[in-house]
Design a protein around this ligand. Structure first.
Ligand code: ADP
Length: 216
C-alpha cells in the first residue's frame, strides 16, 4: 500500500503520517525532512536548496524527482510508503506516476487535510521539534515538557522556516502550486478529504477508516 498525505503547511501531515507509518508498518517519506537533512549536513545539495526552503518556495522538480527515485527504486520500500509533503505540484504528481509504474507500484489512497489559515499560523509559529527524536510539540495546543527538553540529549527547537513571514509564503505556495493537485487526484477516485481542524485522535481515526476500507 502506498499513500499520499497532503494539505497546507502546518496542516498536520507530518504528525498524522508518523502515526500511520507506525500503525501500518509503512515508511514515511517526507521531502521536507530529506531536504532539511541535506541542509543540516551542509552537503552540496543542502547549500543549493537552503535559500528556497528558508523562504518558503518550492525546490526544483528535478532535485525532488532524483530524491524520490532513490526511494521508489529501493526494494525495501516497495508498496510500503506514505509520502508526506510530496507531490507538491501537478508535474511532481505526473512524475511520481511514471516512477511508480517503472517500479511496478501504484498509489492506493490520497488523503487531503483541510485547515484554515488562522489555525495554520498558530500551528506553525507554536511548533517545537526535538533535535534528537523528532517529536513535535506546540506552545498553543500540545505543551512541551518544562525546560524545553524531550528525550535524553534532545533540545526543542523551532524549524528555521517556522516564522510568520515564511509561513505565509509557504501557504501562498501551497495555494498556487499544491492545491491544484486536489483536482488532479479527484479525477482518479483516490482522494479522501478529511477535516484537519478536529482533534488529533479524531483525524487519526478518520484516516484509519479510509485505510481500512481500501484494505478490504
Ligand atoms: P510544510 O509543508 O510545513 O511547509 P515541509 O517540511 O513539507 O513543510 O517543507 C518545507 C520546505 O521544503 C518547503 O517550503 C519547500 O521549500 C521544500 N519542499 C518540501 N517538499 C518539497 C517538494 N515536494 N517539492 C519542492 N519543495 C519541497
Amino acid at each position: 500500500m502506498n499513500i499520499i498525505i497532503f494539505g497546507p503547511p502546518g496542516g498536520g501531515k507530518g504528525t498524522q503520517s508518523d502515526k500511520i507509518a507506525s500503525k501500518y508498518q509503512l515508511f514515511k517519506i517526507s521531502t521536507g525532512d530529506l531536504l532539511r537533512n541535506e541542509i543540516k549536513k551542509e552537503t552540496l545539495l543542502g547549500k543549493k536548496i537552503e535559500g528556497s526552503v528558508n523562504s518558503g518556495i518550492l525546490v526544483s522538480d528535478n532535485i525532488i524527482n532524483d530524491l524520490i527515485e532513490k526511494v521508489v527504486s529501493d526494494k525495501k520500500y516497495k508498496n510500503k510508503i506514505i509520502f508526506d509533503g510530496y507531490p507538491r505540484n501537478v508535474q511532481q504528481a505526473k512524475n511520481l506516476n511514471s516512477l511508480l509504474k517503472k517500479y511496478e507500484q501504484k498509489i492506493d489512497l490520497v488523503i487531503s487535510l483541510k485547515v484554515s489559515l488562522d489555525l495554520i499560523i498558530k500551528r506553525i509559529t507554536g511548533r517545537l521539534v526535538c533535535s534528537k527524536c523528532g517529536n513535535t510539540f506546540n506552545e498553543f495546543f500540545n505543551l512541551p515538557p518544562p525546560n524545553l527538553t524531550c528525550c535524553k540529549d534532545g533540545t526543542l527547537k523551532r524549524r528555521s522556516d517556522d516564522n510568520v513571514e515564511t509561513a505565509k509564503k509557504r501557504y501562498e505556495t501551497y495555494e498556487n502550486s499544491t492545491r491544484p493537485l486536489l483536482e488532479y487526484y479527484s479525477k482518479s477516485d483516490l482522494l479522501k478529504n478529511i477535516d484537519g481542524e478536529n482533534k488529533f485522535e479524531e483525524i487519526a481515526a478518520k484516516i484509519a477508516d479510509s485505510i481500512n476500507l481500501i484494505q478490504g
